[in-house]
Structures are given as C-alpha cells and as structure tokens.
Design a protein around this ligand. Sequence first.
Ligand code: URA
Ligand code: SF4
Length: 208
Amino acid sequence: AETATNYMPETIDLESLRHAAQRCRACDLCHHATQTVFGDGPANARIVLVGEQPGDREDIEGHPFVGPAGQLLNDALSQAGIDRSQIYITNIVKHFKFTEQETTQTDVRGKRRIHQKPNSREIYACRPWLEAELSVIKPDSLVCLGSTPAQALFGRDFRISKDRGTFIATDWCERTMATWHPAAILRMPDEHRQAQMRDQLVADLSSL
Ligand code: URA
Ligand code: SF4
C-alpha cells in the first residue's frame, strides 16, 4: 500500500514538510477532509505532543487542537507551566476522518460530522510525516495523547489506563510517554472520574 514516503520533499525541514503534506494522497482520508492539518510549533521545541487526528474545527482551521479538546489541553498546559507556543503539537494522522449524520436539533441545519478512529492502514500510511517531524525536532520528551498514538508507537498491548505517565524509550525519543487524550476526558460521563483524569493529565504534563 502507498505511504506518505512517496510525498516527502527533498529538503526535510518543517516548512517544506508542511507544504508537501498538503499534497499527500497516500490514503483515502484526503478525499473527504478539507485540508491536511500538519503539526504546529517551533523546530527547536523540546517537547512534542502527538494526538490522534484533526477534528471538525481543526479540519476547518488547518491547525491541531483548536477545538474543544484543544481548549482543555490549553488549560492543562498552562496549569502544568508549559507555554504552548514553545512546544510542537501534531497528530499521528493528518486528515480528519468522519461520518456525516443528519442533525436532530431543530435550530441547526445540515449535517454533523462525527469523528471516527483512523484504522491501521491509515496510521501506517501517515506515519512517515510524524517520523519526519520528529527527525527534524529531535525532542527531549515525546507525549502520546490517547491510545491511538500510544499503540502506534509502543505497540498494540499498550494500555493508557495502566501505563500512562511513565517514560519509556522508543526509536523516536528516549523519554516517550502517553497520557489521557483531552477528548477522552471531555467524553467521560462520571464527573468525579473526569476531574481525576484531568488532574492526571496535568500531573503527567508537569513531569516533562
Ligand atoms: N483531537 C486530536 O487528536 N487532535 C486534534 O488536533 C484535535 C482533536
Ligand atoms: Fe496522507 Fe496522512 Fe492525509 Fe492519508 S491522512 S492522505 S497519509 S496526510
């Protein structure tokens, strides 16, 4: 199967990567999404955060973590004393994957786009972009947000609920860890549990 490797630019820096990724057609997700949402942040960032894939807002705006999950992430980062503008934030898959659902709300017309998890083929196809980003930045700490990036980097047996918050060496970074995905925290119906997950996210980010 085709991968993003076929779309790599000759010069590997963040600007040329971002530009080249706009034209990536290595999997079918590009046909439905608005645009490639590449990572954001400076090349000298010491921390890289990797999410799953852009959501509805990210797809429209073209930047990672700018919707509701991004708002929670921003609050957690500032509580952890981390300046978002100094770190690099990206996703393991760079196009939004969704199904369309007729809205049932009478005050909203049209269709709602429901996020879908990327499958292993899409993750495999897109992974060269993340690897290229990491090869340029060479961060001191790499953080997977949620089980999709965590299982892609640590293997399918990785369990966020059991293994979050501890550093493990990977091919991409000596200090790689996984923590809760902000969207998973937002979806948690139990308020007490939600507050606990939020505190754990802040604690994990504080340990970077
Ligand atoms: N969720 C993600 O995993 N990434 C984003 O960029 C936004 C929401
Ligand atoms: Fe390319 Fe990734 Fe988009 Fe698939 S999701 S088309 S691999 S950028």
